[in-house]
Ligand binder design. Sequence first.
Ligand SMILES: NC(=O)c1ccc[n+]([C@@H]2O[C@H](COP(=O)([O-])OP(=O)(O)OC[C@H]3O[C@@H](n4cnc5c(N)ncnc54)[C@H](OP(=O)(O)O)[C@@H]3O)[C@@H](O)[C@H]2O)c1
Length: 251
Amino acid sequence: MPDPVDIFGLPLAGADPVSDDDLLAAYPWPEARAWVRAMMVTTLDGAAAGPDGLSGSVSSRADQRVFNTVRRDADAVLIGAGTLRAERYTPMRAKDADTERRASAGQRPAPIIAVCSGSLDLPWELPVWHESTCQPMVLTARGADPERLATAREHADVVVLDQVTPQAIIAALTERGLPRIVCEGGPGLLRNLVEAGLVDEADITVSPVFAGTEHSPSTKALPQVTSFHLAHVLYGEQTLMLRYLAEGEGR
Ligand SMILES: NC(=O)c1ccc[n+]([C@@H]2O[C@H](COP(=O)([O-])OP(=O)(O)OC[C@H]3O[C@@H](n4cnc5c(N)ncnc54)[C@H](OP(=O)(O)O)[C@@H]3O)[C@@H](O)[C@H]2O)c1
């Protein structure tokens, strides 16, 4: 019989609540290199979206607080086209509270939304394209439809890659001075980044709800399971906010 594994209980009451500054400090960015931080919410039954097909319906105020905090010091918010089509992102604007800190770190005033899309079939009517503080970026592939490419160029800073591979996406962002990357999904893009070994950190929220998985995209199996180790557990509003680091990451 192997030795039983140690299991620990968490105090679920009695601790002091964390401040916004504590929360920001709990999600540090390394100075020396690019860092890809994936942020996703999952339900108790493993759904990535609720009955309305959106992640917001399985999120909570606690999840949103962490989500918004983690974005504050990011250079880029990276999403797949499927997420933009479903979630219809709103403009990302600079916040007064972050202006000085971002400027002194040499960052742009607000994170840039970066959307990966081969098809360029994107919701161009969204205000996110023209009302964000920094112009959004679209990463696409050589061979994209010329008409759609022209439309994309009216709305975004378009980066044309040989192929929209995970390696090319992350290299394109870091070469443009955007090494602090929050990838907000969806599951398809995240799966491919994990397969490429490019996810340094997985910040996963477990929402205390069941939703059914009908509206959650399924992803192709990875060649092998990819392990992460637990860096912290936060909780609030019956919700767990887990911070996992890739094997070998010391932070
Ligand atoms: N639970 C959560 O936290 C969470 C977070 C985000 C999204 N969601 C939900 O997840 C769903 C969308 O997720 P999804 O997995 O279907 O889509 P996704 O990962 O957001 O987007 C996939 C699309 O990204 C583009 N793409 C370009 N390069 C890629 C690459 N190397 N790897 C993967 N994709 C690449 C392709 O766009 P083209 O088709 O344009 O070529 C592809 O179809 C929505 O229902 C959304 O509400 C949940």
